[in-house]
Ligand binder design. Structure first.
Ligand code: ATP
Length: 425
């Protein structure tokens, strides 16, 4: 099977690493890929924004399956363009991607299909938005309707701060993304991410993980794209997974199909486990980054038949995914200053030594190579140090031993990834 993977980050490095292990692969191409991905696949330097260029590449190389990693090309309609020329795609259409593209669309969708979520209102008018705050007690949850790279949610503690944020959102704090605003009830509980493959009709459970969005230890400081993840998540008991599949993921997949926008790819449900049961925080329409890295480390099967079955409507013929009994953890190493300003170009040493450790895989999210072939930092989140082990403690020890083998004075990581699970288990 000739496979094309779209993207260049740590998530795509992990996908390529897992797909490359499949005996079914006859050619593996990545666009644009990265220096690290280039050790496993042939990289073609077409950016994810060049939809026509990517479609031409898939056609010229006669690929059998395209796997789209990031949300932006999905939300822009890359899957539709590929399907229009008869190519199988793991990734939803532009219409089905609305679940992630627009929070207002998503909330109205949950209401139409009885998917449990926080009470909400959608506003483009400040007076009505401020009046709606009467419905709730603090803290208040305000969300930009559109994509804001994980930064479009604020949770003010006071009414005064919430009103000031409403004015800021509607006057374009996040550009056009926040000219429409969702206000919702604050949900108390622990968060967990549940993943399911979907082929338009059938859904298949594809793992649970917890991530750490805040930059600082103890879950403090500003939000980031994610500083680490681990799987399995102790809170995701079989009973919880069953409830989430039945009350949240299956109705969402069925609702999308019933509305004429069947979903093919991976549904990523952000869940709050509240005292009233699991409720939907959000849906994303692709694998999480860095959650994908821990899932790929734990899936025992060949992943390719699953991705192909989701792309071609045959998930009903697949057995449940087999999981390695070993937990996995990913610790993100980021450039100092991230998620604020940071510099690029510093040299990173010791990654090969880290990779040589038992049970360790260093996925590269933002690196390139200089003229001498040395690894250099080329982004905010740079390395995803992933380890498996007999227990989560053991996996965490291995990940931090690997980090200690890496010499990168301009980088940092959180030393407490998986703290919640490690404390209680
Ligand atoms: P992501 O980075 O996951 O894409 P996002 O910007 O799409 O984030 P959400 O996932 O909707 O936004 O919200 C971000 C975070 O804000 C959530 O992970 C959660 O911690 C918090 N949050 C969102 N909605 C609520 C809510 N109703 N009650 C409590 N916390 C919430």
């Amino acid at each position: 099977m000739k496979v094309l993977v779209i993207g260049s980050g740590g998530r795509e490095h992990a996908l390529v690493w897992k797909i490359a292990q499949s005996p079914l692969v006859t050619a593996l191409i990545a666009a644009p890929g990265s220096a690290a991905i280039g050790t496993l696949a042939t990289c073609v330097n077409i950016p994810v924004s060049d939809l026509d260029g990517l479609v031409d590449l898939a056609r010229e190389r006669t690929v059998d399956l395209v796997v789209i990693g990031p949300e932006i090309p999905l939300c822009d309609g890359l899957a539709d363009k590929l399907r229009a020329i008869g190519i199988a795609v793991f990734g939803p259409s532009k219409a089905a991607s609305m679940l992630e593209t627009s929070k207002a669309f998503a909330k109205d969708f949950y209401a139409r299909h009885n998917v449990p979520t926080a009470r909400y209102g959608v506003f483009d008018d400040a007076v009505r938005a401020k009046a709606f705050l009467d419905e709730f007690s603090p803290p208040y949850v305000l969300k930009a309707d559109g994509l804001a790279a994980g930064k479009g949610v604020v949770i003010p503690e006071t009414r005064e701060a919430a009103e000031a944020e409403i004015d800021a959102f509607l006057s374009g704090k996040f550009g056009d993304a926040s000219r429409t605003l969702v206000i919702e009830e604050f949900m108390r509980g622990e968060e967990v991410s549940i993943f399911a493959l979907c082929d338009g009709k059938t859904v298949l459970y594809c793992g649970a993980a917890q991530d750490h969005k805040r930059v600082g230890e103890g879950d403090t400081g500003p939000n980031t794209g994610g500083m680490g993840a681990y799987s399995p998540a102790p809170i995701a008991t079989l009973a919880l997974i069953d409830t989430v599949m039945k009350t949240i993921i299956e109705p969402t997949a069925a609702g999308l199909a019933a509305e004429g926008t069947p979903f093919q790819g991976v549904l990523f449900a952000g869940i709050m486990v509240t005292a009233d049961g699991p409720k939907t925080v959000e849906f994303n329409i692709r694998f999480g980054d860095p959650e994908c890295q821990v899932l790929m480390a734990r899936i025992a099967n060949d992943i390719l038949p699953y991705l192909k079955a989701a792309a071609t409507g045959h998930l009903d013929q697949m057995l449940p995914i087999d999981w390695s009994p070993e937990p996995a953890i990913t610790v993100v190493m980021a450039a100092k200053g991230y998620p604020g300003d940071y510099s690029k170009g510093s040299v990173i040493e010791g990654v090969d030594a880290a990779n040589a450790l038992d049970g360790v895989h260093v996925f590269e999210a933002g690196t390139s190579r200089d003229a001498q072939g040395r690894r250099i930092a080329a982004g905010g989140r740079v390395l995803n140090v992933t380890a498996t082990g007999e227990s989560l403690h053991y996996a965490a020890d291995r990940a931090y031993t690997a980090i200690d083998a890496i010499n990168w004075p301009d980088g940092f990581c959180r030393r407490d990834i998986a703290w919640r699970a490690l404390k209680t288990h």
